[in-house]
Design a protein around this ligand. Structure first.
Ligand SMILES: Nc1ncnc2c1ncn2[C@@H]1O[C@H](COP(=O)(O)OP(=O)(O)O)[C@@H](O)[C@H]1O
Ligand SMILES: [Mg+2]
Length: 172
C-alpha cells in the first residue's frame, strides 16, 4: 500500500459479513465491484470497518492505487485558494479505490455541492468503486449535497448500516 493507514486503524479488521463480501468482490475484480456506503451513528466503527475493508480488498501484494480522505479535508484541499486544488481532485478522482470518510461532515454550500459532485460523478462515469462513511441519513445527505449526488449513491452503493452505541464512550 502506498497510502498510509492512520495509526488508529492500522490493525483494523472488518468483521461485518457484508463488508467482507464486498472486499472479496473488489479483490476478485475491482472494475466490476460496487461502491460501499457505511452509515451509522458516531462511534459505531464506520472508519474502522472502512480501513478493514480496504485491507481485505487489497489483500497481500496487490498493487492498487488507493486514497483515503476525510470529507472535510477533501473540501478544504479543493478550495480555490489551496495549493493545487485541481491536482488534489485528480488524485482522488483517479484512485482505483477511494475512501471518503464522513461524507457530508463539512458545512454545505453550493460550492461544496458542486465540488463533491465533480468527484462523485467522475468516479460514477468511470465506474470506479468508492467507500463512503457517513453518520447522516440519506434523505439529509440529499438535502445537504443535492439529488444528483444522492441519486448516484443510491445506484452504485451497497449500503451497510452499523448499529450500536458509541464505542469511544464505552471505552472511556
Ligand atoms: N470492531 C472493532 N473492534 C475493536 N475496536 C473497534 C471496532 N470498531 C471500532 N473500534 C474502535 O472504536 C473507536 C470508534 O471507531 P470509529 O471507526 O472511529 O467510529 P466512527 O467512524 O463510526 O465514528 C475507535 O477507537 C476504533 O478503533
Ligand atoms: Mg469515523
Amino acid at each position: 500500500m502506498r497510502q498510509a493507514v492512520p495509526r488508529r486503524y492500522r490493525e483494523a479488521v472488518a468483521d461485518q459479513p457484508d463488508i467482507l463480501a464486498w472486499a472479496a468482490d473488489f479483490h476478485a475484480d475491482p472494475t466490476t465491484c460496487r461502491s460501499l456506503l457505511i452509515s451509522g451513528p458516531v462511534g459505531t466503527g464506520k472508519t474502522f470497518q472502512a480501513y478493514g475493508a480496504i485491507r481485505a480488498a487489497l489483500g497481500c501484494g496487490r498493487s492498487v492505487r488507493w486514497e483515503a480522505v476525510p470529507f472535510a479535508d477533501f473540501t478544504a484541499a479543493l478550495r480555490p485558494s489551496g495549493r493545487d486544488p485541481e491536482g488534489s481532485l485528480e488524485r482522488y478522482r483517479d484512485a482505483a479505490l477511494l475512501l471518503v470518510d464522513d461524507l457530508g461532515a463539512a458545512k454545505s454550500s453550493e460550492w461544496v455541492e458542486e465540488t463533491t459532485y465533480r468527484l462523485i460523478n467522475a468516479r460514477y462515469e468511470a465506474m470506479q468503486p468508492t467507500i463512503f462513511t457517513t453518520n447522516i441519513p440519506l434523505a439529509q445527505l440529499r438535502d445537504g449535497l443535492g439529488d444528483r449526488i444522492a441519486s448516484r449513491l443510491v445506484e452504485t452503493c451497497k449500503v451497510i448500516a452499523l448499529l450500536g452505541s458509541d464505542r469511544r464512550r464505552a471505552a472511556a
